[in-house]
Design a protein around this ligand. Structure first.
Ligand SMILES: [Zn+2]
Length: 494
């Protein structure tokens, strides 16, 4: 197809999809001609072809590659894609006006609008996300969820070498900075021309609201400070979380912990993650109700969950914040040698992963106790997945895993395929990756051939994830652990 035909098809579909008004057609046509180094448009090219917008986008990018407008690399393709889609996006000011105008009518209508737009603009990578493999499995803590993440394209070795040889650029300072909005991107930084951020004036400062391009769950959102400052779990953070769910009562929001080893991958930029999803932890059984003496509007519960969760609930925000802060301050200092917990050695170790959600008029705030101390035998952490489960999960247990959803690497898919063949007697044990061999043998010992083999292995992965979470829990769900947790919460004297 000629470039004029591609431009015509793309624009026509964008109008059909209501991403473009007819009055903007000529303008976008001319911007596209410029982007593809063309001076002329031939209208005999116009035809009635109807295809999904992203198919037209793919063809435009392919045209760019074959006509050497861009190099044939993933990052150049991403940049061209984002610059084409940017032409269909409102300016940040227009988007913000529209969003808050819809919000005045109904918060859900506003987030639906922004979510839909973020998908239509290909900022949220719906096609890539569809490749993910997801399953659940029953454990003694209820259902746990697994996603094998196949959505992020892997860079080829040539690109990795090229990326390394590039001079360092310190703008934007990180992937969560507001300065990403509209940024062209380069080999070491994602293309963000079609990216837009909603501004939220919280009591503690200006925050941005955006979706995650590689959603791990429904309406996976990110709330980020307008300042590139480190994450801190404190009263201000709890206050921000509750304010966010006041603004968006249909969303939950949580924060990664603020210490290395138990937090997320970006500790250098203050941010939270939220969305519209019920996680396994939300539905965990209550195993104990804690007496509250000084906050008469607050309820406190302990959960049957592999991580150590203290759940607070109240319709009174001030009392809830005060109780949560009291727990945090106490935990920061708390030693429990019987359970291997030391708040400080040469550095602080205790922190929490907080998660907030609405229950009607009430606010619910879960504080998940964390400790990042390491030993010579456990250099990644005492309360971190132990070496015998590293073949499934070795990385930090962050907010999303804490709530019962594991995000596992793509390599696992091919590895599981070999294990499946091994269980069916089609290949020998030495075909299985060395680090999976012990597990594969124990699976084989338990495997009965009246069970579907893929399901059987998936349930094996769920069991491993259950162990991963148990390792990361500071107080184990044993008599000793639960007594320790109870002693801690009673010492706080809420
Ligand atoms: Zn930043």
């Amino acid at each position: 197809m000629s470039i004029s035909q591609l431009i015509y098809g793309f624009i026509h579909q964008a109008v059909d999809d209501q991403l473009l008004e007819a009055i903007d057609e000529l303008y976008v046509r001319n911007r596209l001609l410029a982007l593809f180094n063309q001076s002329e448009y031939r209208d005999e090219a116009e035809s009635g072809d109807r295809r999904p917008l992203l198919d037209w986008l793919d063809d435009l990018v392919e045209y760019g590659v074959t006509h050497q407008i861009i190099d044939d690399t993933q990052s150049d393709r991403d940049i061209l894609e984002a610059s084409v889609m940017d032409l269909l996006m409102p300016k940040p000011s227009d988007l913000n006006h529209e969003f808050w105008h819809l919000y005045a009518e109904n918060p859900e209508v506003a987030t639906d609008y922004f979510y839909q737009l973020s998908k239509q603009s290909n900022y949220i990578k719906t096609r890539e996300i569809a490749k993910n493999v997801a399953f659940t499995g029953e454990t003694k803590y209820g259902n746990l969820q697994i996603t094998i993440n196949l959505s992020k394209p892997e860079k080829d070795p040539v690109e990795i070498a090229k990326a390394k040889s590039m001079p360092q650029v310190n703008y934007p300072k990180c992937a969560l900075c507001m300065e990403n909005e509209g940024y062209r991107g380069h080999i070491n930084h994602a293309a963000r021309q079609n990216h837009r951020i909603i501004r939220m004036d919280l009591d503690n400062g200006l925050y941005g609201f955006q979706y995650s391009p590689y959603l791990y769950y429904n309406e996976h959102s990110i709330f980020l400070s307008d300042k590139h400052e480190p994450m801190v779990i404190d009263l201000k953070c709890f206050d921000n979380l509750l304010e966010i769910i006041e603004i968006f009562p249909h969303y939950f929001v949580g924060s990664n912990a603020d210490l290395p080893g138990v937090g997320g991958s970006i500790l250098t930029h203050d941010h939270y993650q939220g969305g519209r999803q019920v996680f396994p932890m939300d539905q965990a059984e209550v195993i104990d109700v804690v007496a509250v003496n000084h906050h008469d509007e607050v309820e406190c519960e302990l959960l049957k969950w592999p991580m150590s969760v203290i759940r607070l609930r109240s319709a009174d925000k001030d009392q809830l914040l005060d109780a949560a802060n009291q727990i945090l301050q106490a935990w920061r200092q708390y030693d429990d040698p019987d359970n291997d917990i030391y708040a400080e050695t040469d550095q602080p170790h205790n922190t929490v992963t907080p998660i907030a959600r609405r229950k009607g008029e009430q606010f619910e705030l879960d504080l998940v106790l964390r400790n990042n101390r390491t030993t010579e035998e456990l250099p990644l952490g005492i309360f971190h997945p132990h070496p015998d489960v590293h073949h499934i999960k070795k990385e930090n247990i962050g907010l999303i895993e804490v709530m019962g959803l594991a995000i596992l690497p793509p390599r696992l898919l091919a590895e599981v395929e070999t294990i499946k063949q091994y269980l069916l007697g089609e290949v020998a044990l030495d075909e299985v990756k060395v680090y999976h061999q012990t597990w594969a043998e124990s699976l084989k010992a338990d495997y009965a051939d009246d069970v579907e083999v893929s399901d059987f292995i998936q349930q094996g992965i769920v069991k491993k994830f259950e162990r991963v979470l148990e390792d990361a829990g500071v107080y184990k769900q044993t008599e000793q652990g639960l007594t320790g947790l109870k002693q801690f919460i009673e010492s706080v004297d809420l």
